[in-house]
Design a protein around this ligand. Sequence first.
Ligand code: DAH
Length: 338
Amino acid sequence: MLNDISELRKQIEQDITAIASNGGPESFRLKHLVRKGTIAQLFDRLREVPKEEKREVGQALNELRTLAEGALAEAQASVAAAQPTERVDVTLPGRTLYRGHPHPIMAAKERMEEIFVRMGFAIATGPIVEDDYHNFEALNFTPDHPARDMQDTFFVKVGDRDDIVLRTHTSPVQIRVMQSQKPPIRAIMPGRVYRNEAVSARALAEFHQVEGLYIDRGVTMAQLKGTLFEFAKAYYSADVQFRFRPSYFPFTEPSAEIDISCFLCGGAGCKICKGSGWLEIGGCGMVHPNVLRNCGIDPEIYSGYAFGMGIERTEMLRMGLDDIRVLYENDVRLLEQA
Ligand code: DAH
């Protein structure tokens, strides 16, 4: 019996050294430490052992069991330690990457472009640093025209020229388009403009406009109104109300301001529309004969309309903002609303 025990001990010691490669602690346990395992089988034979040897044999068996149990516990612990605590669940759906998107103002510009392009307008651009001629004079602002004061201007020193400005509106692009193309002309001209103005809740010194121009034979104010009304329905909502209010611009005659019904209160009057039920989104009119003439277009043959809208302002209204400056604070909560 003692022989068998020491045989088994040798076997167990061998198994302990090879525990990892022999199927791990669980195989070891199943072979030696379960009810029908090798050690238990020897314990069963304790009955046959003569009384005077029982003590010695029993002790040897107990030592063997302690050895095996200790080795098992150690092996189990080292397997557990090697186990990563966080496991990769390959069945989880992947996380969507945050891709970013255009700024609300660029998104608004693109939406406007899309609507006008669908109506057959081309997109034109021009320089931001302009000369007085394109920004004012060709648009029928004579040198001492009081309307020049309507647009506080940033002047730029370029060499010894004193007629260079940051364009105060996108209307100079009209001039450039008419100078370089023959009617029929149908284009919109989005872009950045500058005004020497104190920044406030309602005004920025740097903002964006979209200009529109249509020159052909027999263009009428009714077409202007119809086009802008269609735009307003597509951009704001299908049930928007629309009106022209008489106004003045040097480069159009007659001129009008464009109002839409307040989409927040539906025209009943609220904080955004200041109780009037109407929101102003831009100016427009029939291109002044002097402007056509300045661009080499005969006003006896051609007529045309023009319009201009501020993008920040229209977007501010659409988003229901009461402070235009938040558009440029880059607060992600606002940017995500584009
Ligand atoms: N240029 C004008 C401004 O910035 C807006 C404007 C009004 C543009 C009437 C036009 C127009 O083309 O016809 O205040």
